[in-house]
Design a binder for this molecule. Structure first.
Ligand code: MG
Length: 202
């Protein structure tokens, strides 16, 4: 199982980090050791500025490569929410030097996934609202319609380079509103108005 992440997929988030709008999807990977399905995130020792990034996550249901966007829905098993935890201080240093991001993005527990819901054909309309509360205050809200590349276009692009396998996860990028977490914080993620997770920072 691998975790494929998309960066810079919402214009408002690109602006908040002063990044350039990409001409092709920005893709990076996290190893299976990054997956966190427990409701506890342990703050890593190597960072003082870990950020939450709430993202729509899709789980792959069958093997495929070179998948056309119009057939991509057939490869999705389920969907839910995830947090792409990012050691922002470390990432900034790596970006400055033009080095790979993995230490800041792919560390143990950096890919939290919520419970997953079965993929439904109604999602083809691509209008999924989601939001994140931090200690009961709204900090991020997004809608899949605001993505630069929707999940079907992302699957087309990703599967040119990486064969998708059953059980893989795709993190589709974060909207604006990213920010730091502290030990003791409680994150709660909602898809439409259904709470999909509670996650404590330890
Ligand atoms: Mg992200």
């Amino acid at each position: 199982m691998k975790i494929i992440c998309v960066g810079r997929n919402y214009v408002d988030h690109i602006k908040e980090l002063s990044n350039d709008k990409p001409t092709d999807p920005v893709i990076f990977l996290k190893p299976d050791t990054a997956l966190l399905e427990d409701s506890k995130f342990y703050y890593p020792s190597f960072s003082n500025d870990v950020h939450y990034e709430l993202e729509l996550v899709f789980k792959i249901g069958k093997v495929g490569k070179n998948i056309e966007a119009k057939f991509a829905h057939k490869y999705i098993d389920s969907y839910g929410l995830g947090i792409d935890f990012t050691a922002r201080d470390l990432q900034s240093k790596l970006k400055e030097k033009g080095l790979p991001w993995e230490k800041s993005k792919a560390f143990n527990g950096s890919a939290f996934v919520s419970k997953m819901l079965p993929f439904q054909s109604s999602m083809m309309e691509n209008n999924i609202a989601f939001h994140l509360n931090l200690n009961e205050n709204l900090v991020q809200s997004g809608n899949s319609s605001l993505m630069i590349w929707n999940v079907f276009e992302l699957i087309e692009d990703i599967s040119k380079y990486f064969t998708l396998k059953t059980g893989d996860y795709i993190f589709t990028g974060t909207p604006a509103g990213v920010g730091p977490v502290q030990r003791g914080d409680l994150l709660a993620g909602f898809l439409e108005n259904e709470k999909l997770f509670d996650l404590t920072i330890l």
